[in-house]
Every structure is written in C-alpha cells, then in structure tokens.
Design a protein around this ligand. Structure first.
Ligand code: SF4
Length: 335
C-alpha cells in the first residue's frame, strides 16, 4: 500500500500535566509549534497550493485530548474544509492513556479523526512510576479498549530502556501490547535528551544509559513478536532531527538507522541458528532476498565478521536469492 503523505502539526506539551523524565517535547519534535486553528489552516493551504490531496493530518507530540475541548475543536474545525474537498483524507493524533474518555473520542470521531495513538511506553507500573509517566498500565488497557470501541484505529507507542526497565520487562511490554490488538505500534528506544530530568539522572549515575547496542538487542527480540502477530511496526527509533544529531541527544539509543541495525541483527541471529551444525573451517554461502543482502552483511561487514569468528568459518559469503523469502538460507557449505 502506498504511503500517505503526512502533514505534521506539533503540539508540544500542550495540556500535558506531566513531566516524563525523558521528555523535552519541543526538542524531540524539532519544530516550533503551530498553536491555533489559523496555523492548521495555513499549513493546509500551503499543501493545497502544491496540488496535493489525500493527505493525513497528524497532530503529534503533545497530549491532544488533554487540552481544553474548545481548543481541540478549534484545531479540528480548521481542518474541516480540507477534509470536505479531499485534500485531507484522514486525521491522526497522539495522546496519553489517562486522557481518553468515551465523550472525547466521540467528539474526535465527529470531526473525522481516524486514528488515535496512545503513549503506553511500558506496561510495568514500576517503570511508569520511575519514568514520571503519571499513568498506569491499567489506564492503557482501558484507553485502548475505548479507542477500539469508538471505531478508531489504535496505534500504541512503547519505549525500551526506560528507568527501572530491563530487557525482560521490555519484552513483556511488547507481549501485553500485542494482547491489546493495535493496528500498529511505534517503538522508541530511550534517548537521553539534553535538559531533561533523565539527563540529570544519567549524570548522577541513577540511570544507566540504554545504548544503541542495548536497543538493537531488545528490539531484535520484540520486532519479530509484533510481526508474527501481524501488527505492523510503523516506526522504530526517534526520527532523526538536526537538533538531536547536533548534540540534543546527549546519550542513549539515538541512531539515524536504528531500524536497519535491528533488521541486520535479526538476520544475524537467523544465520547463527543455521550455522550451529556447520563444521569449523567451512566455506559457507548464505542466501537472502536481494533487498536484504546489505542488512545480512551488516554495517562495516559486522555480521560477517562476528559470524565467521563465532563459528570459526574459513569464509562467509552472502548471495541474493529469490527463494529465501524473509529469512536466511544456507546455499552452500564446503570443507
Ligand atoms: S506525557 Fe510525557 S512525553 Fe508526553 S508530552 Fe507530557 S511530559 Fe512529554
């Protein structure tokens, strides 16, 4: 299915009563905020002038349903002419699990909202508390049910490597989210953003950094779980921005190609399972679909080097094959 062009409207920290330790919304969104219906209208006029249509209007960043109903209505009202003429085909927004109720969802639906994204982040209450989230896992279960009952598409966001979490708890969160049967998930490994409480915790030694390697390891566990359940992972890792790349991300799992690293690790694990019975000293050729050859080889040939070393292979080649499907196959093994 072709990707729909998205018009992002950022609502940093609007209506948010919280202070999540990892959050500096303005820095993460990487954009100043349009703050009124007039700004929404201006953004849509600009895209209409380019002749685009069938767009998705996306309110990102803040807690949309926690702002006053009058302000929600103003923003959504501004989009109505463009919804009516087909410039906008769908509207999505993100919010907190404890800021969702049936009346509010009915209002959103009436304005043509199609998708609600809930920031679940973790399904472990200890992790949620340590991260300053201010809601519980039960809030997420309740909100997810309400969104689905309202006939809206449900997207769940989770984070890995939050304070108090570990690999097992992150995997457990993924399992819980799968049980809520969302239409898609976003996975955001924790990044330590400058001027956040998390930066203070990290500098004080009370939070251990979730490194890129940590994130790759746990995401390589959970990505296949979502895929096996038929739940699309529509984003893995924060969208790179100039500000984060220029030092706004002081530590943690910030990498512009995190998704690619995770896919590469998944293929490395599959290859390792195939190589287990191959005698040391062998010359081996692995097969993968053409689009996966570079992920199988890995950045800087990392997978080749680590597999050769782990299994004592004389050499290891990767070949594009049409028959390998999503996985890895053993094409040739010679002494
Ligand atoms: S709920 Fe947390 S992450 Fe979301 S805007 Fe508020 S402080 Fe930031």
């Amino acid at each position: 299915m072709a990707r729909r062009r998205i018009i992002p409207i950022f609502v940093p920290n609007w209506g948010c009563p919280n202070d999540c330790v990892f959050c500096d919304q303005k820095r993460i969104s990487g954009s100043p905020l349009p703050a009124s219906g007039a700004d929404v209208a201006r953004a849509l006029e600009a895209v209409k002038a380019r002749g685009w249509s069938g767009l998705e209007l996306a309110f990102y960043g803040g807690s949309f349903t926690a702002v006053s109903p009058a302000l929600q209505a103003e923003l959504l009202e501004a989009a109505q002419p463009w919804l009516a003429d087909g410039t906008v085909a769908s509207i999505r927004l993100s919010t907190r699990p404890d800021a969702v109720d049936p009346e509010g969802l009915a209002m959103l639906k009436g304005y043509g909202v199609t998708t609600v994204e809930l920031g679940a982040q973790s399904m472990d209450d200890g992790v949620l508390t340590a991260s300053g989230r201010g809601h519980t896992a039960a809030d997420t279960v309740r909100a997810a049910g309400l969104v689905k009952k309202a006939g809206l598409r449900l997207i769940l966001q989770m984070m890995t490597g939050l304070p108090g979490s570990d690999r097992d708890k992150d995997v457990e969160t993924a399992r819980h989210l799968i049980g809520l049967a969302p239409d898609g998930v976003r996975i955001y490994p924790t990044v330590i953003v400058r001027n956040t409480p998390l930066e203070d915790m990290w500098r004080a030694g009370t939070y251990r950094e979730h490194t890129v390697a940590d994130a790759v390891a746990v995401c390589a566990d959970i990505l296949p779980m979502f895929e096996a359940a038929g739940i699309p992972v529509i984003r893995l890792g924060l969208n790179p921005t100039d500000e984060l790349s220029a030092g706004g991300a002081v530590a943690g799992a910030y990498h512009p190609a995190l998704g690619e690293l995770v896919r590469s690790e998944i293929l490395r694990r599959q290859a390792a399972a195939l190589l287990r019975d191959v005698p040391p000293g062998s010359h081996v050729t692995l097969g993968v679909a053409p689009a996966r050859v570079s992920a199988m080889i890995g950045q800087h040939r990392r997978n080749i080097a680590s597999l050769r070393e782990e299994f004592g292979l004389a050499d290891l080649a990767v070949k594009a094959t049409e028959t390998a499907g999503q996985g890895v196959s053993l094409v040739d093994v010679r002494p």
